[in-house]
Design a protein around this ligand. Sequence first.
Ligand SMILES: CC(C)(COP(=O)(O)OP(=O)(O)OC[C@H]1O[C@@H](n2cnc3c(N)ncnc32)[C@H](O)[C@@H]1OP(=O)(O)O)[C@@H](O)C(=O)NCCC(=O)NCCS
Length: 178
Amino acid sequence: MEITAGALHLRPWKPSDADEVFRACQDPEIPRWTRIPAPYTREHAEDFVCRQSMEAWASATSAPLAVVDATTEALLASVALQDMTDEGDAEIAYWCAADARGQDVTTRAAAALLRWGFGALGLERVEWRAAVGNHASRRVAEKLGFTLDGTLRSAIVLGDGVRHDCWIGSRLATDPPV
Ligand SMILES: CC(C)(COP(=O)(O)OP(=O)(O)OC[C@H]1O[C@@H](n2cnc3c(N)ncnc32)[C@H](O)[C@@H]1OP(=O)(O)O)[C@@H](O)C(=O)NCCC(=O)NCCS
């Protein structure tokens, strides 16, 4: 499964991505706001690209994709649809390498992923969750057409292993295009 969206290329993870994943995830903002472990080791990166992502595709419950520059193939971001159910539910997740932020990379990549999810996969509802205070993630969700549904108490465990309140939003297949 590969998607080309202008200058971005979305493709499944490869073992050779381990170095770039390890490097990107040294940025403290990623474990601060996501569930990836901290400190993030080279072994974590290898396990993610060689085992976790492949098992996810094999189980058909998760679609994790690397977002790379279509020309240079440099790793820019990670986007995923996860916890997919037979009823058409899924959750969206993303992070962006620090030096690629602020260029609409995550929004463009996630928009392409959502088009595939709602179109080819027939998803009916995609959920977005972010720890309260993650304004950059919330802005991305807004740009993607998610509706903020509310705040859940102590509903997310981040890389620090601690429970945090989280914002929750949703986008439905029937929502108007953004
Ligand atoms: C959230 C994240 C993926 C966004 O990636 P990105 O490629 O920079 O996103 P985009 O460029 O598509 O859009 C970012 C938007 O957030 C805005 N933004 C960035 N920091 C912000 C902040 N502190 N407060 C409010 N808005 C902010 C940007 O201005 C931009 O909005 P705009 O286009 O209206 O100007 C990135 O910051 C990241 O990897 N953060 C750490 C991991 C993370 O939080 N993942 C999400 C977990 S739910």
